[in-house]
Design a protein around this ligand. Structure first.
Ligand SMILES: *Cc1c(COP(=O)(O)O)cnc(C)c1O
Length: 440
């Protein structure tokens, strides 16, 4: 890089005006220490993954796939051992046949619950797509259709656990407690692994036989420990989020106790076949390499989230988490207060993408969601949200949920582009950028 101006000129030629660029620089100056901490976390988790790969004796042969039944798939079985080690769990199911995060969660629930059992969420309403899995919104094939009941205890207004009502809600039928780590499409705080551990201890203190499951979507590698290292029996997530490192083209994982994972395997394939079948086809190299890259990719996404929080907070928008809070997932919520602003933000993210940057996203009725949603992607893997992406349900409080960025420079560019889009739409003014720059 010759000088700062060369870089700024390139930004300018890609649509970032001087006020937006300079405002972004000012915000970044204050984030150096924060970014150093994120890099340290990435270093820790990178070593953790390499250590697990070495201990599991990952070999070149593991990168090849099988076809047909997939008996004796060395690469698949070794990868599952690697996941189990990294998560500190007894066993793992990591498969391309698990089509997405919702599928992984549905599989974990349906395979570990039986008719007459009750499911409890002690952390409020679960992620939108799970409403149909559980049957909160009636749906074909839901747990409710199989006679599995559901109870929910909301978080307290300050975000704390409502221990008193959780205790009351745990009865003789309670078989499984589901804990969602990330806020999803809500503005509640994301749960730290430590808080999840506290909640699990509380539940186990009442009934040690209750299965504690954690929806770990977007949380992997954000902290040193995963929920399975804080007492969770089952931890579930998607490979087109953090642990796929941007390379996994499909897939989900379930890690946990031997019993829980075996139940899930019997449901995914068939009783009697369990983990023994399921050809890995050609995806193993990407699963391994993606998992290897995941700690640094997650760090890039985290830097983007922290930058976004500070960028928009200084302009007076409500951001969750705020600019200084500790992070437990890679999602950043920004409440933009109007449908126009949500649309402009998402269109800006899209315009900054390496793929489909010329496409203008519009709100649409997405399956599984109860309001129109606008989604900005432009990803190498369709729908991948470890890649730079944003989505906003078109309903009050008009918040956008921003996440991902395989590299920090892309996250930075995309966010500056989103701000440019708000400036161009007249939602953010030039004056507000200038005065924020000079104050502090
Ligand atoms: C993304 C997500 C899911 C569902 O994953 P899909 O892959 O979109 O089906 C579930 N829970 C949370 C918290 C998520 O973020």
């Amino acid at each position: 890089m010759e000088d700062k101006d060369t870089l700024q000129r390139l930004y300018a030629s890609m649509g970032i005006s001087a006020p937006v660029y300079e405002y972004g620089c000012k915000i970044l100056e204050k984030l150096e220490e924060r970014f150093r901490q994120i890099d340290r976390m990435a270093e820790y988790n990178q070593l953790k993954v390499i250590h697990a790969m070495q201990e599991a004796r990952v070999s070149e042969a593991c990168l090849l796939g099988t076809t047909g039944y997939g008996y004796n798939d060395l690469g698949r079985d070794t990868l599952e051992a690697v996941y189990a080690k990294v998560f500190g769990a007894e066993d793992a199911l990591v498969r391309p046949q698990i089509t997405c995060g919702t599928h992984a969660l549905a599989l974990a629930l349906m395979s570990n619950l039986r008719p007459g059992d009750e499911l409890l969420s002690p952390v409020g309403k679960p992620y939108d797509t799970l409403e149909e899995v559980i049957g909160i919104r009636p749906s074909r094939g839901s747990l409710a259709e199989y006679g599995i009941t559901y109870r929910q205890v909301d978080l307290l207004p300050d975000g704390g656990f409502d221990y008193e009502n959780i205790k009351k809600a745990i009865g003789p039928k309670t078989r499984l407690v589901t804990i969602q780590r990330s806020k999803g499409y809500q503005t509640r705080p994301t749960l730290s692994v430590e808080r999840i551990g506290d909640l699990i201890s509380f539940v186990k203190g009442i009934n040690p036989h209750v299965i504690c499951m954690v929806d770990n979507c977007y949380g992997e590698f954000v902290e040193e420990r995963e929920p399975s290292q804080a007492g969770a029996d089952m931890v579930v997530g998607s490979l087109i989020k953090n642990p796929g490192g941007g390379l996994a083209p499909i897939g989900g994982y379930i890690v946990g106790t031997k019993e829980c994972v075996e139940n899930a395997a019997c449901r995914l394939t068939s009783p009697g076949l369990a983990k023994e079948v399921g050809a890995s086809l050609g995806v193993l190299k990407d699963f391994y390499q993606g998992f290897f890259l995941a700690p640094t990719v997650t760090a890039s996404a985290l830097k983007g989230a922290v930058f976004a929080a500070n960028l928009y907070e200084a302009l007076g928008y409500k951001v969750v988490p705020d600019g200084r809070e500790s992070r437990h997932d890679i999602i950043q919520a920004v409440t933009l207060e109007s449908p126009e602003a949500v649309i402009a933000f998402c269109q800006g993210i899209q315009a900054g993408a390496p793929v489909d940057s010329h496409v203008t996203p519009q709100p649409w009725d997405m399956p599984g969601y109860d309001s129109k949603v606008i989604m900005a992607a432009g990803a190498f893997v369709s729908g991948s949200s470890i890649e730079l992406s944003a989505d906003g349900p078109i309903k009050p409080p008009y918040a956008v949920y921003f996440q991902g960025g395989l590299t920090w420079p892309h996250a930075k560019f995309g966010l500056l582009r989103s701000l440019q889009s708000l400036l161009d739409a007249g939602i953010v003014t030039r004056t507000s950028l200038d005065c924020r720059k000079t104050s502090k």
